[in-house]
Design a protein. Sequence first.
Length: 222
Amino acid sequence: MAEGLSDPAPVKLVILPCTCPGLSRAGLRYHLESIHGPMVVDEPDVSRRFTTYVHHYVRDLPSRDDSILEDRDAVTIIRTPTMADLAMSKSNAAYRDRIGPDEDNFRKIEGSVALLAHEIEVAPYADEAPAKLFFFRDAALDLGSGWAEELSKIVADKNLHGAVVNDAKVIEGHFPYAQFDEIGLSKGCDIPELVAVIGAAALAHFGAADTKILLTEPVRFI
């Protein structure tokens, strides 16, 4: 995982904003998709540092599940070549005068979370999937423990649209979930059945770790 500004490793920043009071889920999506996202892309001093800029808008799961991450309406993923690029994307007038102030229009600082994630691709094309499941777990991920291989079997068996496993470090806010999976869903996927299958496999692998789930619709800006 990238630790310092001089570290040349690719960086994956994962942001879980805390929606402003009074702003609905639909209102947050409208602001991110129609105002903030295009604004970021329109500022090259910010967005030219990005190799990926994707908003994932939260949708309701088809069936009620106590493990839903209730207080989240979006997940943003930004990738940059290095930590230095990430820092420079914010250390400029465009971010200071335009992008940063607009963030206060859709999220409150208290409760918002930012993570640095080290990812391993289990199967390709998860970022191109029309929908994605996030599984956040309060469990340490040993990257050599075989979870990626276990998940790859489920991806193949269920004909899924790719998958990624992540080992995460909180850099802003408070978030107890140190490991998360991103599962690209194919059209017509039986989501409740898939959640049960992955849940059973994770229970056998990680033990009874606290787990939270989000179903999202990704929209790529870069």
